[in-house]
Design a protein around this ligand. Structure first.
Ligand SMILES: [Zn+2]
Length: 474
């Protein structure tokens, strides 16, 4: 189509008076467009196209700088964003990003002085920066980019204190500083945007004009850009092959108990495979430090905060190797995948719902026969009333919880010792189910067997979890 019929030419021609007014008071081309409140897509126009449209509609030269946005809408902002993103390998525009803008109150004050209906600098910035970025740095498609959206936090420094130029009766006060006189003097708190907006609403026409005559200087603002990514997740299942390692670091009376922790090894491994600010570990439920986690492992994930890039192309394989290395082979990470928040949430939720299989070595205070063992095994499935165990009373609320034993298989290895295998509902305390916890768990293996019983060793054989199946089928 001919240039004159392009939408940006049409909107400028329709709003020639507004554009002339904005340019005459020292506004930039984009602020002139902004004061036409155009359809959002028109902000995508290249600066040269917009200039052409303004030149053809009116004979007013382009201004250096801008007395309205103070230069924020110039291409320099997009260049600063591109620079910040270059420090994060692969901006990954296709993965989504957003601007978070700390707007200086000057923008609102200056727009109000100019009058009319307009789009805010902040809203225009979002469109303009996106369009400029597409022109300046076409999206790279780095395969190794973490699949998380990111935020660019834009702060603009150097705007004058235009709030002070408001008429005295409307001038909003900054919030009172707490602890005045006790601390070293700090920069005054900014006036909240809502108070500035209320004051601007109350301006009359004369006050607007007076304001406009004062606010003619245009000191440029400096933009400071920080890039932050949404967390990236590494989902996996862990096996723990030793009986001295707690799931998370465990301190009793100021002393660390056990050797390392699953959490410690996982965090160390995650930091080895990713350049990120921090790592959080979470798992679907937990086992005691002296309990091995075998079978298919327990679902868990590492949450990587503000991950900039992976340090290798085989993140999944390297993470598993780093977990094994950090733990000296005590902890294994299986089925490692790069995952999203929904997957992490599913791991958190699954702790309450999943059936577990345990195996334990048990001792009886009186001789038990193979026939006794068959009788005990035949009592499942059964409901178990479990009052809060004595050993966790300090950390859990007192309650009686009903749990289910779905399967029991007791095999005597000699008259006093046996191996008990059982499937239970989530959250059942196995040690207490074996010895009865002074009658607080009923029935128990002891009550079923008709003599005292105790537990010597416990392993988690499996966490029956459908997280892996659910995600692969979706
Ligand atoms: Zn401007």
């Amino acid at each position: 189509m001919a240039a004159e019929q392009e939408p940006v030419y049409l909107i400028v021609a329709e709003n020639a008076t507004t554009c002339r007014n904005i340019l005459a008071r020292g506004g930039c081309d984009r602020c002139a467009l902004r004061h036409c409140a155009p359809p959002w897509a028109l902000y995508d126009a290249a600066p040269a196209t917009l200039r052409g449209a303004l030149r053809s509609a009116l004979d007013v030269p382009q201004n250096e700088g801008c007395s309205l946005c103070l230069g924020a809408l110039a291409e320099t902002t997009a260049r600063a964003v591109a620079h910040a993103s270059s420090e994060h390998a692969g901006l990954g525009a296709a993965r989504g990003w957003a601007l978070r803008v700390a707007a200086p109150p000057s923008w609102a004050v200056r727009d109000a002085a100019a009058g009319g209906t307009t789009h805010s600098v902040k809203d225009a910035l979002r469109r303009v920066v996106a369009a400029d970025l597409d022109r300046l740095s076409p999206p790279s498609n780095s395969e190794a980019a973490p699949p998380a959206p990111c935020y660019f936090d834009l702060a603009f420094d150097g705007a004058p204190d235009d709030v002070a130029a408001l008429p005295a009766r409307l001038r909003p006060k900054p919030p009172k500083q707490k602890g005045r006189g006790k601390r070293p003097r700090r920069a005054p708190e900014p006036v909240p945007a809502a108070r500035v907006a209320a004051a601007l609403e109350a301006l009359d026409a004369d006050e607007r004009a007076a304001l406009a005559s004062i606010l003619t200087t245009s000191p440029p603002v400096r933009v400071d850009v920080k890039c932050a990514r949404e967390p990236v997740y590494l989902a996996f299942r862990y096996r723990k092959l030793g009986r001295r390692t707690p799931q998370s670091s465990w301190v009793v009376d100021g002393r660390v108990k056990g050797v390392g922790s699953v959490e410690e090894y996982v965090c160390k491994a995650a930091k080895a495979v990713a350049d990120c600010d921090g790592v959080k570990f979470a798992a679907s439920g937990r086992e005691d430090w002296d309990v091995r986690m075998l079978g298919n492992g327990r679902p868990a994930y590492a949450e990587l905060q503000n991950c900039r890039k992976w340090s290798s192309t085989d993140v999944v394989g390297d993470f598993a190797r780093e977990v094994a290395k950090a733990s000296n082979g005590v902890v294994e990470a299986l089925h490692v995948e790069i995952a999203d928040k929904a997957r992490a949430d599913a791991v958190n939720a699954s702790a309450e719902t999943k059936v577990k299989t345990y195996a334990c070595v048990v001792w009886f205070s009186a001789d038990r026969s193979a026939e006794d063992a068959r009788r005990v095994s035949a009592s499942a499935p059964l409901a178990v009333q479990q009052r809060t165990p004595v050993r966790v009373m300090h950390s859990r609320s007192l309650a009686t919880r009903e749990k289910r034993v779905l399967r029991l298989k007791l095999t005597m290895t000699n008259p006093r010792f046996g191996v008990l295998e059982l499937d239970t509902s989530a959250g059942m305390y196995i040690k207490e189910f074996v010895h009865g916890d002074l009658g607080r768990t009923e029935p128990s293996l002891a009550s079923l067997a008709g003599c005292d019983a105790d537990i010597l060793q416990l392993d988690v054989l499996d966490v029956h979890d459908d997280v892996a199946a659910a995600s692969s089928s979706s």
